[in-house]
Design a protein around this ligand. Structure first.
Ligand code: SER
Length: 883
């Protein structure tokens, strides 16, 4: 029976018994107490604990699981795997032992046709109820029923959490699988009595103090190893020879040319590669990335072990991506996420293998030298300094060194290594102080990071989360609690709040516990990887270790998301319209607007701006999907994701794609589809430096408000012009035309008035210089500068030769004009000099041309003097010239 048939029969069997078929959950558990999903019950934990109510009381699953506690045994035994599929049936306060035990038996013996005579059952030592069911209802004879202690028959998921006694169904694989020891019986560590199925009677909750409390109801959680059952049904001697695993094993064997079965050591390596390749594929497929901590480290370790065993098999090239391909081919039907993420998984695994290959080359050389030296001196343990150098400088993982040492019959000086590691940590702390973590503030953030690690950001997936307060900081000091009215920085183990970064402002919202309520005023990163929520406590008191609900102001966040995705669209549109040189130089995204700075050498024309806006809105209306994913920097570059010039990126980067049009490295929060942006309006464009422009735009409700306020303005204008909005252009044209008419009429009238002034309205002071030259001056109230000039010109025009000075007091200021005829200028007079002299008297100055100059000042009472000085000066010069 093929694995897929076993899987299908199991799920059908329990669906036929009213179980809801539930999909396997991700290998990244929604549970902070676990690094990876290691059992079928993980996704149901809240149902067992009673903290959430399920919609169904029975469920059945085939769950992907990773367990690495026995990683060293993989390949050495028939049954240990780091990745496996766990078939399970679950009861949430519904049926119990009475049903679970007989169903388990029925499925194995009737559906799968296993020989009941070869099966053993174990129960927890004092679980008479289970014992009796096995003996009396199922009919298992006493010699195949064993009672075992808590070690074997009490299941828990860790130090705390749901747990209970369990009963196991074991299959006797035959003496040839056994260890041959006289005491070999069910429960023995060898491969003879294969534990197929674990039925857990989940009835307790173990608290932090190790005490057991009854759960609200009694539950069933079972786990049947698919690979183990397949190995029995397919009549093979171990998990690695089952249909799904053998394919990976043989692909590896083909690649290295080492036949399976040709040697013990090479078989172990083939098995390790086959197992780890599956674990790696599934882990990366669920979004785990290699790193030096937590689940990232589990993955890194698996990759490294697989690569090393590949090298032991003689494979020198990059090969793990090919194994990933094989796993995907075989398992992709049952787990479509593998197919969907194929390119991504390939790229992550490839770059990790490349990196590690390099490490391995240098590290092995160094280690071999050290080993030779040690052996020639008769030493038994590799010196701590060598282990440390391998670890610290060459990036060699400790357990790899340990394994290599063991293979060579050597130990490690672990204590010395630990000492050196501690010294190293001390140095790092000291360096941090030197590097500017000197202020109290920085120290405190560094401490939080040291003690609790980075804050996990859950805000890409949701805007609210349960979290634990790891630290509170008030006035730059760690405090144990904060009370109503106080301002405090709250640090959580994980948070949905986005801390200000990459031009996007931080989130605001609320953090609340059963005893307190806090308003989050801003969110930021005081140190890399650390998220601070600056809060005001609005009710009660909050303490470290409190469990809290952290919820982001979603309306504000949504506005920010709209603006952020719009920024990418505008960036794209600008490049469409202006060309590829229009590159992002900076941006600001807040809930109200977006600002985008880019390189371009001249102001945008009205048409260009309109086109950018139109293209952007087209993409909004097309409602394109927006996707975000994490990948290696190399891969992102290879697919031309737009990176900010000069920005430093980590090895892993997040790519945000707006359908086919835009692909940028970006850590921000985005809409799921462009349609959510609603509307986009570019509200302005300005220059902000050499070859640098800035556009501002609104989206969503702000864009609506923008247009709405403009419409209201139009309506007001229309009302005051007594026209309909649609008729406004015509109406405004008419009004403007009328205004121009009136202005020209006015001017005409003005000229007539001026003419009549000259013709008799002004009382001139008249004197005559030698040669019949007229000097005319007059003071007239309330004339404009324009009037003055016109009067002067017209008056002068009446005389063949003459000088005219007119002054006026208008609006508290004195103005004056001096005009000279050609002859006087030729005779050496200069209107500018004259007005300067006169102007001084007026408390100011003046300027102009030699034949016409204007000036003035605030001394309005000296107008007559100024005119007199001008006349005298002209007279003096002309007399002199004549003499
Ligand atoms: N939780 C139990 C186990 O993992 C049964 O599913 O073995």
């Amino acid at each position: 029976m093929r694995s897929e048939q076993i899987r299908a029969s199991f799920l059908e069997f329990f669906q036929g018994r009213d179980h809801r078929l539930v999909k396997s959950s991700s290998l990244i558990p929604d549970d902070p107490t676990l690094l990876v999903t290691n059992a079928g019950m993980v996704q149901f934990k809240p149902y067992f604990l009673g903290s959430e109510k399920p919609e169904f009381s029975r469920a059945t699953t085939c769950q992907k699981c990773v367990r690495t506690t026995d990683i060293e045994k993989v390949g050495h035994t028939a049954r240990h795997l780091t990745f496996f599929e766990m078939l399970g049936n679950f009861s949430f306060g519904d049926y119990y032992k009475q049903e679970a035990i007989p169903w388990g038996w029925e499925f194995l013996t009737v559906e799968m046709g296993l020989d009941g005579e070869r099966m053993y059952c174990s129960v927890f030592e004092d679980d008479d109820e289970a014992y009796d069911i096995w003996r009396d209802i199922v009919g298992i004879p006493g010699e195949r029923l064993v009672r075992l202690g808590a070690e074997d028959n009490f299941w828990d998921m860790g130090t705390t959490g749901p747990c209970g006694p369990c009963s196991e169904i074991l299959y006797d694989q035959g003496e040839e699988f056994g260890c041959g020891e006289p005491g070999c019986k069910p429960g023995c560590d060898c491969d003879r009595y294969l534990e197929l199925w674990n039925l857990v009677f989940m009835q307790y909750h173990r608290d932090e103090h190790g005490e057991l409390h009854p759960l609200p109801s009694k539950n069933i959680d079972t786990g049947l190893g698919l690979e183990r059952l397949a190995s029995v049904l397919q009549g093979v001697s171990n998990n690695f020879e089952t249909d799904t695993m053998a394919a990976v094993l043989h692909a590896t064997s083909d690649l290295c040319g080492v036949k399976y079965g040709s040697g013990e050591e090479s078989d172990i390596s083939l098995k390790i590669v086959a197992d780890h390749a599956r674990a790696v594929t599934f882990l990366v497929g669920d979004g785990v990335l290699p790193s030096n901590e937590d689940r990232g480290y589990i993955l890194r370790r698996l990759v490294r072990r697989a690569v090393r065993h590949g090298r032991l098999l003689g494979i020198t090239d990059i090969f793990l991506p090919r194994m990933v391909g094989v796993v995907t081919e075989i398992m992709g039907e049952a787990y479509p996420e593998l197919k969907q993420n194929n390119a991504f998984i390939d790229s992550i695994v490839r770059s990790e293998e490349e990196r590690f290959s390099q490490t391995l080359r240098t590290g092995l050389l160094y280690l071999e030298e050290a080993v030779n030296e040690l052996k020639s001196g008769g030493g038994k343990a590799i010196p701590g300094d060598v282990v440390f150098h391998l670890h610290d400088t060459l990036g060699f993982p400790l357990e790899l060194t340990r394994e290599l040492a063991r293979e060579r019959g050597l130990d490690l000086e672990e204590e010395r290594f630990a000492e050196l590691m501690e010294e190293q940590r001390e140095r790092a702390r000291a360096a941090r102080v030197e590097e500017g973590y000197t202020s109290r503030v920085h120290e405190i953030y560094a401490e939080i990071l040291d003690n609790y690690g980075e804050s996990r950001f859950s805000g890409y997936e949701s805007t609210s989360d349960r979290a634990t307060v790891v630290s509170l900081v008030k006035d730059e000091r760690a405090v144990a609690l904060a009370v109503e009215g106080e301002e405090v920085e709250i640090f959580l183990d994980q948070t949905p709040f986005y801390g200000e970064m990459g031009g996007q402002v931080g989130d605001t919202g609320r953090i609340s516990s059963s005893t307190a309520e806090a308003e989050v005023i801003e969110t930021f990163h005081p140190a890399k990887g650390l998220t601070s929520h600056r809060c005001r406590i609005t009710r009660g008191e909050i303490r470290t270790s409190d469990n809290v609900d952290a919820s982001v102001d979603t309306e504000r966040r949504n506005a920010i998301r709209r603006n952020h995705t719009a920024t990418h669209i505008v960036h794209w549109a600008l490049r469409q319209v202006l060309g590829d040189h229009a590159k992002q130089a900076g941006s600001l995204v807040d809930p109200r607007r977006l600002r985008f700075d880019f390189t371009h050498f001249q102001p945008l024309t009205k048409e260009e701006l309109a086109r950018v806006e139109e293209l952007s809105n087209r993409k909004v209306i097309e409602d394109l999907p927006v996707r975000a994913y994490v990948t290696t920097y190399e891969y992102a570059t290879s697919i031309n994701a737009v990176a900010l010039f000069g920005e430093k990126y980590e090895d892993y980067v997040r790519v945000v794609e707006v359908d086919e049009i835009s692909r940028e490295l970006c850590g921000g929060t985005h809409v799921g589809r462009t349609g959510e942006i609603g509307l986009l309006v570019i509200a302005g464009e300005v220059g902000i430096g050499a070859n640098m422009r800035r556009v501002e735009a609104f989206t969503g409700m702000e864009a609506y408000r923008y247009f709405h306020s403009r419409r209201e303005m139009l309506e007001e204008i229309a009302a005051s012009l007594k026209a309909e909005v649609s008729k406004l252009p015509e109406r405004v044209d008419k009004v403007l035309h009328r205004v121009r008419e009136l202005e020209s009429e006015l001017r005409k009238k003005g000229r007539e008035e001026t003419a009549s002034l000259i013709d008799g309205g002004i009382r001139w002071n008249e004197s005559e210089a030698p040669g019949g030259i007229k000097i005319l001056t007059a003071a007239v109230d309330n004339l404009t500068a324009q009037d003055l000039r016109e009067l002067a010109e017209r008056t002068l025009a009446r005389y063949a030769a003459g000088a005219v000075g007119i002054a006026t007091v208008n609006d508290g200021k004195a103005n004056m004009v001096v005009a000279l005829s050609r002859e006087l200028v030729d005779a050496g007079l200069d209107a500018v000099e004259l007005i300067r002299k006169a102007g001084r008297l007026l408390g100011g100055g003046g300027g102009g041309r030699p034949d016409m100059a204007v000036g003035g000042g605030s001394e309005t009472s000296h107008v007559d003097d100024a005119l007199a000085v001008m006349a005298e000066e002209v007279m003096a010069v002309l007399k002199e010239g004549h003499a």
